[in-house]
Design a protein around this ligand. Structure first.
Ligand SMILES: CC(C)(COP(=O)(O)OP(=O)(O)OC[C@H]1O[C@@H](n2cnc3c(N)ncnc32)[C@H](O)[C@@H]1OP(=O)(O)O)[C@@H](O)C(=O)NCCC(=O)NCCS
Length: 182
């Protein structure tokens, strides 16, 4: 098999259904997390103030799947597939896949990100072309670092002044890089 790695457009973990984001998800994304300053605190973008911003991003994310490198997906509970509770974004580049994730605040601490990240990392590493999965987080983002460890990643490095997290500082922030390889 020589095709570039792509995550499935829809998959199930034990408790969750994960699928390609759709333009019609915009309202739920805006209400669920895009405007939430706690969820966006350690992200690269500022909270949305207008649904129009979320619509634009959601439509672009949906279109991304037509390419070969960016695969933004939403997470739902299997028994409530109409209710979005988070997101995982895989980015594929040659033999590497990197991840970003977030979970709606009222679902934090229930293992959502760990379960979905673990499935995603294992799936990527089962592809013959993929040798490395990775993720980076702000040094203060202990929940995200824990998700990385729960997905079997180990810390590669402290990256000084590496990440742009405008909700915390206008200056570049130190971050941790984690990976799981085969
Ligand atoms: C990071 C995030 C996705 C984790 O999602 P989650 O579904 O709550 O994570 P899990 O429930 O799988 O928990 C993973 C670990 O983090 C811990 N944790 C979860 N929320 C936490 C919090 N608010 N503070 C401290 N630890 C927390 C859990 O106890 C667990 O630790 P353990 O494995 O040692 O028991 C979520 O906090 C979030 O959406 N944060 C805002 C967006 C973000 O920062 N994304 C990552 C950018 S790199």
């Amino acid at each position: 098999m020589n095709a570039t790695y792509r995550p499935p457009e829809e998959f199930m973990t034990e408790r969750f259904l994960v699928r390609r984001i759709q333009p019609s998800d915009a309202e739920a994304v805006f209400a669920g997390w895009a405007a939430d300053p706690d969820v966006t605190k350690y992200l690269t973008w500022q909270p949305h103030t207008d649904l129009a911003q979320t619509r634009e991003t959601t439509e672009q994310f949906h279109r991304d799947w037509e390419g070969t490198s960016s695969f933004p997906a939403v997470i739902c509970r299997r028994e409530a597939p109409g209710e979005l509770i988070g997101s995982i974004h895989a980015r594929s580049s040659g033999s590497r896949v990197s991840y970003g994730w977030l979970v709606r605040k009222d679902h934090w601490g229930q293992g959502v990100a760990s379960e979905v990240a673990s499935w995603s990392v294992a799936h990527a590493l089962s592809h013959p072309k993929i040798y490395r999965t990775e993720a980076a987080c702000d040094i203060e983002n202990i929940a995200s670092a824990a998700v990385m460890r729960n997905a079997g990643m180990t810390q590669d490095a402290l990256l000084r002044r590496y990440l742009s997290h405008p909700n915390v500082s206008s200056e570049p922030r130190d971050g941790y890089l984690y990976s799981r390889v085969r």
